[in-house]
Write a protein that binds this ligand. Structure first.
Ligand code: AMP
Ligand code: GLY
Length: 423
């Protein structure tokens, strides 16, 4: 079959590599893709949120399956767009319906969902412009640090964690009255701060059955020792050593099962990935957030560990027969280290020539922000390359990634040398 992947990052390159290895995939397209996907699929320069253009592409290329990488098209309802269009109805979209995508698109929706289905998460209240006075009072009843979350999508920047009460109240006003995060902060969720270690749990579901994918831990801060600004993610490790069988059992019974049965009870159509951001507090798992897609860079360690062909597994989502297939996962550890442009996540330069990838051995180099210009591979984003390796444990895998990074060069490149430091 002909398959289309939407997106342009390292996550999408990892999907492209995996899907390109399937003997059920005839032609693979990716929109818009990057300098790495270009080698294994056909890049098509259209924006995934331009549904009209996506439709034209799907019809022109006789595409039968669309795998959606990022959240934006999902939150904007690409699943429903396909389902309700007579020319597209037969095309499978791997991802949730618009209603399901609210689990990521609205923090308040997600909190209400968890409350309704008794899924452990931080206590919260939400506020709008109209209830700002109550919001400021509510903060006075909380212990610091104060956690303020813009309700809507804010490209991973919508969460503020503040120690000082006055500052928290000022920021609440900035979010609600001055639209600090645009429309996304018309509503703000204030929640209890949870102190613990985070991990990501990935689930594939057909809305009825589910499969647990490998766990991963990502490193969000730009600086070593988790210091400095938040980024999209600077590296990842899978599996997560502290997620032992006992802890996974708690996650499955208290969080994954109630999430899937909650979707069913609420009549929410969901045939795709759920990425559950978790925190372990005194040995117990709590949900920090839901995402309705795979993580980036987590995908660059999770997918390489899956040995099974993903295409026939995706097909079972349509018929809600995910329970009839099995998922083989390598016991080896995988790690990825992100090479980023100097200055990221603030201002950085693009258009730097990338050299040395051809000298890499024993690692996979996933492209994130790269492009081919006049025949030359160049940087085109903040996160540029993700270097993934396997090992008997994460330390062995990391060593390979770091050895191979030494062979790659672009002007002002930066990477964290301490991925896995806290494990
Ligand atoms: P989110 O966008 O919801 O993932 O939040 C971004 C980051 O903020 C998370 O990865 C956590 O590190 C942190 N965070 C969010 N909510 C809480 C909370 N209730 N307690 C502690 N940290 C939090
Ligand atoms: N790495 C975190 C995310 O994809 O949201």
């Amino acid at each position: 079959m002909n398959i289309l992947i939407l997106g342009s990052g390292g996550r999408e390159h990892a999907f492209a590599l995996k899907i390109s290895q399937s003997n059920q995939c005839k032609n693979l397209y990716i929109a818009p893709g990057n300098g790495g996907t270009h080698q294994i699929a056909t890049n098509i320069n259209i924006n995934p949120t331009n549904f009209k253009q996506v439709k034209q592409l799907v019809l022109d290329k006789k595409i039968e399956m669309v795998v959606v990488g990022p959240e934006d098209p999902l939150v904007q309802g690409i699943y429903d767009f396909f389902k309700t269009d007579t020319q597209l109805q037969h095309v499978q979209v791997v991802g949730p319906s618009r209603e399901g995508a609210k689990l990521e698109g609205s923090k308040e929706f997600a909190k209400q969902f968890m409350q309704r289905h008794s899924i452990p998460t931080a206590k919260y209240e939400s506020f709008t412009k109209e209830t700002i006075v109550q919001g400021c009072k509510f903060l006075e009843t909380m212990q610091p640090p104060y956690v303020l979350k813009a309700d809507g999508l804010a490209a991973g920047k919508g969460v503020l964690i503040i120690n000082d009460l006055n500052e928290a109240q000022t920021e609440l006003k900035n979010m609600l009255l001055n639209e600090k995060f645009g429309n996304a902060s018309q509503k703000v969720v204030i929640e209890e701060f949870l102190d613990g270690i985070e991990l990501s749990c990935f689930v594939l579901t057909d809305g009825k059955n589910y499969k647990l994918l490998p766990t991963a831990k990502d490193y969000k801060r730009i600086g070593e020792n988790d210091q400095g600004l938040n980024t999209g993610g600077m590296g990842a490790v899978s599996p997560v050593p502290f997620a032992d069988a006992n802890f996974m059992e708690k996650i499955e019974t208290r969080i994954v099962k109630p999430t899937i049965s909650g979707l069913q009870k609420d009549n929410i159509e969901y045939k795709g990935f759920i990425f559950i951001g978790l925190i372990k507090v005194k040995g117990e798992p709590y949900v920090i957030e839901y995402n309705v897609r795979m993580g980036d860079p987590e995908t660059e360690v999770v997918l390489p560990r899956i040995e099974s062909d993903l295409v026939p597994i995706f097909k079972t989502l349509q018929t809600q027969t995910l329970n009839t297939v099995s998922l083989a996962i390598t016991p080896q550890s995988a790690t990825t280290v992100m090479m980023v442009s100097g200055g990221y996540p603030e201002d950085y330069e693009k258009g730097k020539r990338i050299s040395g990838i051809e000298n890499v051995t024993g690692s996979i180099v996933f492209h994130a922000g790269t492009t081919i210009k006049e025949g030359e591979l160049q940087t085109s984003g903040g996160r540029v390359l993700a270097v993934t390796s396997f090992g008997k444990d994460f330390k062995e895998a990391l060593q390979k990634s770091y050895e191979n990074i030494e062979k790659i060069h672009f002007d002002k490149m930066y990477f964290r040398k301490d991925i896995g430091f806290d494990l």
